[in-house]
Design a protein around this ligand. Structure first.
Ligand code: ZN
Length: 135
């Protein structure tokens, strides 16, 4: 799986990761799937309800509003993003536990400016290539 991510969205995710400080930021990614290429079109930031600082739990009403926004623009919720304040841009054991939707994209950012993409497939998180685009 390959992800086309507009530069502006990558910058926005990294800015949210920095702004969240010692906590995880989180949100959903709207876009479309074209075979093995996912095209991100917009971000839908969400509130993190997790009490622990090394977890995230997207507020259900924010998830619903993302689904509504996607439907309204002819898109789908193709993935999620969150940050790891500990600086490691890899899925945690807890992330893997929380994953369930096949071919769902997972973007992980660090406050230090790292950004990595994964796709949940067949029970594991596989690294996904991502390229930035100008639109
Ligand atoms: Zn995580």
């Amino acid at each position: 799986m390959k992800l086309r991510l507009p530069q502006a969205l990558a910058v926005k995710i990294l800015a949210e990761a920095r702004a969240a400080g010692g906590r995880e930021c989180c949100g959903l990614i709207l876009g479309s799937l074209d075979g093995e290429t996912a095209v991100a079109a917009a971000l839908h930031p969400a509130r993190n309800l997790a009490p622990a600082s090394d977890r995230f739990e997207i507020a259900p009403e924010d998830h619903f509003s993302a689904l509504r926004a996607a439907r309204g623009s002819g898109q789908a919720v193709i993935g999620c993003y969150h940050s790891h304040p500990n600086g490691v841009a890899r899925p945690s054991a807890h992330d893997l536990e929380g994953a369930g939707e096949e071919n769902f994209l997972w973007l992980i950012a660090t406050p230090g400016g790292e950004l990595a993409a994964f796709v949940y497939r067949g029970g594991s998180m596989l690294g996904a290539d991502w390229v930035t685009s100008s639109s």
